[in-house]
Design a protein around this ligand. Sequence first.
Ligand code: NAD
Length: 430
Amino acid sequence: MSRIAVVGAGYVGLTTAACLADLGNEVCVVEIDQEKVRALRRGRLHFFEPGLREMIERNARAGRLRFTNAYADAIPGAEFAFLAVGTPEGTNGEADLSNVQQAACSIAQNLGGPLVVVNKSTVPIGTGDVVSDTVRRFNTHFPVEVVSNPEFLREGSALQDFMKPDRVVIGAHNREAAERVAKLYEPLQSPVLIYNLYTAEMVKYASNAFLAARISFINEIARICERVDADAKRVAEGMGLDRRIGPHFLDAGIGYGGSCFPKDVKALAAIAEQYEYHPELLHAVMDINRDQRTLVVDKLRECLGSLRGQVVGMLGLAFKPNTDDMREAPSIEIGQALLKRGAVVRAYDPAAVEKARAIMPEVDYRRNAQAVARGADAIVVVTEWNEFKQLDLHRLKRLMRRPVMVDGRNLYDPEEMRRLGFVYRGIGRN
Ligand code: NAD
């Protein structure tokens, strides 16, 4: 059993805290937002992540997990402090490290003994040294080691990803500190890779950039497929069975979004530019992704002509299924483009309506897919929630004023859709 502080009660912080508590550790989460802490103490979570609320509740009840706004409650007595604060996009695409700096400073001011600071936030290469320097500047009494331990969890399957990781990456200048962190992960029986600090920090950016590149790659292939009458979905299937390629992240569609890929690819490009290297491929990945978002709007215009006064329904709002996260969700850009062109926009999402309403109050939010379809001139599939895969499409079509369906996630079979009488457009398949 170890005593652990987790700084930041977001997706990464709460998942880390709940899982480490579940493994038998004593965990205290320190979060600056008072409202979040109040809610957590009452067993409420400010976002949706399958199974997380229940795991938090179980461990809080067992006395292994607690929440506070005060570093003085969390840091003295802790052997490890996990940093899981946000690192949003800065003004020029670089990662904004002010939360990390602030947290490092607060930790240093509240030290009660030696500590290992474990950085889970995604940060530019060398940030471990910045954290070390900051802590040393505000504390001269106790030895503090900084270890990088990037997080690879996916929202929607965060608990599973934490408990059964493909690998755990740890980086440090001090091998002994790295091994102490590795010991926390021993119960998971997953491969643990110990590298130097900079390599560990780089593994995270390189992994996200590679996955984003696969998405932009297949989206570029999809654009070519449409021109040569090939089917991008089948092309991806045919490629994915090649073991050198593999099937993941080869879904042509609206492109990547969310709180990580967009900002991390941008931040990696900014790091490269800082070192006077122009990362050509990363820029192409970002350009393709940007254009992919508006492709569905172009397709709608192709089918409907002018969008002015047309009722367009969006199925799905969250940046991906099984989450209510709206950060950098393609639905925002699509919704705004539709509104700008004078369309009447309706939407439904199984989890993200509340968050979407705060961002796009002009949209008419409905209770289900049928209510979106009733009297609509077109539907655009934005997020590939499972429930959209099971829709009674025959009924849906009968509810619509005009049977136009732009399937931004290639959920449906083009031939079947035409047989049902839809004017159907997928991505990369005619
Ligand atoms: P988040 O915005 O959901 O949560 C961050 C939390 O930290 C917020 O609640 C915020 O109030 C709190 N915070 C900010 N400054 C603080 C401070 N000084 N002291 C205490 N609390 C503070 O962010 P997230 O999605 O959990 O991401 C955290 C980090 O992990 C980011 O660097 C992100 O890139 C990385 N990451 C995220 C994911 C993901 O899927 N969300 C996956 C892997 C890595």
